[in-house]
Design a protein around this ligand. Structure first.
Ligand code: ADP
Ligand code: MG
Length: 167
């Protein structure tokens, strides 16, 4: 049975606010981690990844991998894999991504629309679900630990969800 732990919702009122939450999450991340980003088009999954990468020391611009499927960026001590599986509708295409190799001992992997391929993901992950709020720049983020890989960081995640920018 896969255990899932839901954490409190975090609100932000700007893209920068979301990037800061993502940066805090990057502070908890370690090699081999998998983060699944869910939410509609324009929710802020790529913005979240930009904040995450910035905190990892990625200096090159992080752009949407919608057409390339997977981008790889060198951070200070870890590599960031950024995937967008929006287009994928066949399980073979997911296999072709070689997720098992990407989620390796030197990288952290963020997958946009990863909920669509949850069954094909190697091991547990942290799910970040971004929803739109009432104002144009309001967003809500819900974190969920799926499986065991992130469970020893529940306290850190709780501290992070106590932050946000006051939305
Ligand atoms: P996605 O990858 O989910 O399709 P993007 O990150 O590409 O979404 O786009 C999100 C858009 O919403 C960006 O233009 C960003 O500036 C804007 N935005 C406004 N407010 C926020 C917020 N609070 N968090 C994230 N993005 C926001
Ligand atoms: Mg995107």
């Amino acid at each position: 049975m896969i255990v899932a732990v839901q954490l409190p919702t975090v609100g932000t009122t700007s893209a920068e606010g979301t990037m800061e939450v993502a940066a805090s999450l990057a502070g908890l991340a370690r090699a081999g981690d998998l983060v699944v980003l869910c939410g509609d088009l324009g929710a802020g999954k790529t913005a979240f990844t930009q904040g995450f990468g910035r905190a990892m020391g990625v200096t090159s611009p992080i752009t949407s991998p919608t057409f390339t499927l997977a981008n790889r960026y060198l951070g200070t001590s870890l590599t960031l894999n950024h995937l967008d599986v929006y287009r994928l509708n066949q399980i073979e295409e997911v296999r072709d991504l070689g997720l098992d190799e990407l989620v390796d001992s030197r990288s952290v992997t963020l997958v946009e629309w990863g909920d669509a391929i949850a069954g094909a993901l190697p091991g547990g992950y942290l799910e970040v679900r971004i929803s739109l709020g009432s104002g144009p720049d309001d967003r809500f983020m819900d974190f969920r630990i799926v499986g065991s890989e992130w469970s020893d960081r529940e306290a850190g995640l709780l501290a992070l969800t106590a932050g946000g920018d006051g939305c």
